[in-house]
Design a protein around this ligand. Structure first.
Ligand code: NAD
Length: 358
């Protein structure tokens, strides 16, 4: 059996970091005989330069044919003056919506070796391992009606609609429960059920769904308390599931607990667990081409790809262990460097992970 993986290097540091993840995937492919097949396509600024469009037809076709997609990042100052409709970031939104990627998984993991990088006390965050499951294609960001209008009294009035159907909640809930089964078997559902009817329904549906997962412990928390608890005692969480807007905010908050943006992977999945995997950071144009970018977020995204889309847990764990191993060896790219460790280039970091896997 073979698995088709589409690589979308993108812009800025994208090609440098995707090259490292590609190398690591080839190494696990060899070690575990996974049958990986790679293809490559254009997205973002690189696609605009070649085809005039941020998400060309050819990329859509390859994305549809792939079992999973690994993306670097898109965007950069070169394309900032373009019409917003054809900017690189549009390509990203288009690929997410065209592939129906409704479930966003963002782990916030703090390797004990990097505890000093967090702005919180090391004992609060050391060993942190949270998974935020955010609904990505519904809620208030997409609800209709929406707009800004002028009232009869002549003042402007803006409005959005916060809406979720039962099936949308069930779909993201299922992803959270299934994910919890691969981890610590706890799900905390975050809502604002004391104020918003839509989240009263959210809470009801999550509770009903939990009966299908008796081996997973479900708890509920209001979003304001969740924001507080994430900073007070973040290690109490295993999987956190929430809607689009709350997830947007809480996942950034959880990411920053770890203090190092170059370490954070993400996945966006469709109903069949086909997914787009990418680091949480952007294309970092300020350091592009210098060989100093941290490739570990992309390498860890490749591990998520193996786990969630291809079901190769053992290979995913091997990559995650290899990343821990190179940190133990004291290797650091510039963004996570502290005195007493060894500063290495993007490529040297990729090589070190690869060598640990062979
Ligand atoms: P950014 O994440 O690219 O960079 C923020 C800071 O973090 C920069 O100082 C950068 O050098 C550093 N950084 C980021 N990734 C790093 C890595 N792997 N190793 C070391 N340092 C790293 O965010 P930004 O500067 O706001 O955005 C730059 C461009 O990226 C913009 O065009 C933006 O639209 C785009 N962007 C793309 C995505 C995506 O493709 N998913 C996400 C966010 C931003």
């Amino acid at each position: 059996m073979t698995h088709k993986i589409l690589l979308l290097p993108g812009d800025g540091i994208g090609p440098e970091i995707v090259a490292q993840a590609h190398k690591v995937l080839r190494a696990v492919d060899k070690r575990f005989s996974l049958g990986l097949e790679f293809d490559e396509a254009l997205l973002g600024g690189a696609a605009i330069d070649t085809t005039g469009k941020p998400f060309p037809e050819a990329t859509l076709r390859k994305a549809q044919a792939a079992d999973a997609i690994l993306l670097g990042a898109v965007g950069g100052p070169k394309w900032d003056q373009l019409d917003p409709a054809i900017r690189p970031e549009k390509g990203l939104l288009a690929i997410r919506s065209q592939l129906g990627l409704f479930g966003n998984l963002r782990p916030a993991i703090l390797y004990p070796q990097l505890a000093e990088a967090s702005s919180l006390k090391p004992e609060v965050v050391s060993g942190l391992d949270i998974l935020i499951v955010r609904e990505l294609t519904g809620g208030i960001y997409f609800g209709e009606p929406r707009g800004i209008e002028r009232t009869a009294a002549g003042e402007r009035r803006g409005y959005n609609t916060y809406v979720y159907s039962e099936s949308e909640i069930t779909r993201i809930g299922r992803l959270a429960f299934e994910s919890a089964r691969k981890r610590g078997r706890k799900v905390c559902s975050v809502d604002k059920a004391n104020v918003l009817e839509v989240t009263i329904l959210w809470r009801e549906v999550m509770t009903e769904l939990s009966r299908e997962y008796p081996d997973v412990e479900l708890s509920h928390m209001y979003v304001d308390n969740a924001a507080m608890q994430l900073v007070r005692a973040p290690k109490q969480f295993d999987v956190v599931v929430t809607g689009n807007m709350f997830g947007d905010i809480l996942s950034d908050q959880a990411a920053m607990l770890t203090g190092s943006i170059g370490m954070l992977p993400s996945a966006s999945l469709d109903e069949n667990a086909k997914g787009l995997y990418e680091p949480c950071h952007g294309s970092a144009p300020d350091i592009a081409g210098q060989g100093v970018a941290n490739p570990l977020a992309t390498i860890l995204s490749a591990a998520m790809l193996l786990r969630y889309s291809l079901g190769h847990n053992e290979a995913a764990e091997a990559i995650e262990k290899a990343v821990g191993g190179v940190l133990d060896m004291g290797l650091r790219t510039e963004d996570i460097y502290t005195p007493g460790t060894e500063k290495v280039s993007t490529e040297a970091m990729g090589d070190a992970v690869e060598n640990t896997l062979i």
